[in-house]
Design a protein around this ligand. Structure first.
Ligand SMILES: *Cc1c(COP(=O)(O)O)cnc(C)c1O
Length: 465
């Protein structure tokens, strides 16, 4: 399989190349040159298979010959053995045509583990074959940092250093990062806010000498391999509920558009998905696009669903590429305009093309809390605030006879306050989260200063050699 850039001018790469590159050199995102095609019988043949085996069959066309079959199968088995449910991403029935697809049974109790557990292992394998080592540095305001740390801990060829704003993450979020005692992991609390952390990371990447000397890298959400890993659970869930011989729709609480794009990819591979529903919180740039072709940047508002508090959905460019019939020059021009003017519209024909597959709706914090309360009263099921937005959006666009599957993206225990407010009961704390309260925390406190962080990264990298 070859991959091409959405902006048309970067060289095409194989799977290993896009895994290591992340972003393309022309600023675009990598996508498969052609979508692999599965027949109805190919999907029927997945019935009864376990998660790792399904993942192997679904992702094999994307990986091609980059990794030998035995090794890849073992990597998948190891990645999903870290989940604490035997079906990895279980389906919970909530109503006659309504299910929750629980994506939060990984080490950090949020859906990003599904892709990152695989990504960490793929990186390590490819790096060891090449005799290379990398340093990953990232800033986090909460959940992404812990998922990245869990993905990279104890890997021979990766050093990972995560910055968080001192005293500004929740205790649970901080402990999920700082109680990982692996020699290749360093946590740093920066005396400043999240923007200060991000500025330091940007400064590190801008320093060519530093970047090269430690082989600096990132595990950001535009990496194709993350999207690829997420395709699997859509196929797995749909097949479990009877696809391709039953109509299926998905509703997905959306931020960077990575998760919902993976569902679109499953559709392009031949999975009959009737409809994709996007749930937004009040940071509703995507909903405004699908409603009225208005993709314009506004300030970020904090909400109860913080993982969706974003201004620009970076993975949306992959859909734009399809809407422009894979014309990279046109996408490059559109993105240039978007960057300079802060807004983008695609015109009626392309909007209609997008609406053939997607609908979108926004919901406020009050509606989110009311949904958590209502679902809990009716069914006893407790949803986290992100999932509740998926639930609201799914119900808004549901059709009788079509199985609507809501992507449940985080465990409710990660959002204790919201759950308490909505249900008047604290959520049950799973063993994995309870454990982090018992372990000793390890982190360094540093001033908001890039050179101090550089020194720490050098030390970490040297200690691993
Ligand atoms: C990251 C995240 C999302 C948004 O997913 P995208 O792929 O960025 O659209 C939704 N819910 C939770 C809990 C997340 O962590």
């Amino acid at each position: 399989m070859k991959y091409i850039s959405t902006r048309g001018s970067a060289p095409s790469l194989d799977f290993e190349g896009v895994l290591l590159a992340g972003l393309a050199t022309d600023g675009g995102l990598y996508v498969p040159e052609t979508w692999p095609s599965f027949s109805k019988d190919d999907f029927r043949a997945l019935r009864g298979l376990g998660y790792a085996e399904t993942a192997y069959r679904v992702t094999k066309p994307f990986v091609g010959n980059s990794i030998s079959e035995d090794v890849y199968q073992q990597i998948l088995t190891d990645s999903y053995a870290t989940f604490d449910h035997s079906s990895v991403t279980p389906l919970i029935q909530l109503d006659s045509d309504l299910w929750a697809l629980e994506l939060f049974h990984g080490p950090t109790l949020a859906f990003k583990d599904v892709a990152l557990q695989l990504l960490g292992r793929l990186f390590d394998h490819v790096l060891s074959r090449r005799g290379q080592k990398i340093a990953i540095v990232g800033a986090t305001s909460g959940d992404t940092g812990s998922a990245a740390i869990e993905a990279c801990r104890d890997r021979d060829n990766i050093a990972i250093c995560i910055l968080h704003p001192k005293g500004r993450t929740s205790e649970a979020q901080r402990r999920q990062m700082t109680t990982v005692h692996s020699p290749n992991v360093q946590n740093i609390a920066i005396e400043g806010d999240f923007d200060a952390c991000q500025d330091i990371v940007k400064e590190l990447f801008a320093d060519g000498e530093f970047r090269e000397s430690v082989n600096l890298s990132a595990v950001n959400s535009i990496n194709w391999a993350r999207v690829m890993a997420q395709i699997v659970y859509y196929v797995y869930a749909a097949v479990r509920l009877g696809a391709p011989d039953r109509e299926i729709a998905f509703s997905i609480p959306t931020g960077n558009f990575g998760n919902v794009f993976a569902a679109y990819a499953a559709h392009r591979m031949g999975l009959p998905i009737k409809h994709l529903v996007i749930g937004s919180n009040s940071n509703d740039i995507l909903t405004r696009f699908f409603e009225s072709d208005d993709m314009s940047i506004k300030g970020v508002q904090p909400t109860l669903s913080p993982s969706m508090d974003i201004q620009v959905s970076s993975n949306f460019e992959r859909l734009l590429f399809e809407l422009y019939h894979r014309d990279g020059d046109a996408v490059a021009a559109a993105m240039k305009q978007f960057r300079s003017e802060g807004k983008l519209s695609v015109g009626e024909d392309r909007l209609n093309l997008a609406r053939a597959n997607f609908s979108a709706a926004r919901f406020s914090d009050e509606e989110t809390l009311a949904e958590i309360r209502e679902v809990h009263e009716k069914t006893g099921y407790v949803m986290d605030p992100h999932t509740a937005i998926g639930s609201l959006a799914g119900k808004k666009f549901s059709n009788t006879g079509v199985a609507m599957i809501i992507a449940a993206t985080a465990h409710p225990a990660k959002f204790k306050e919201a759950i308490l407010k909505a249900t008047e009961k604290a959520p049950k704390i799973p063993h994995r989260l309870a454990k982090v309260y018992e372990k000793e925390e390890r982190f360094k406190v540093l001033p908001s200063d890039a050179s101090a962080v550089k020194t720490e990264v050098y030390k970490l990298v040297e200690s691993l050699q």
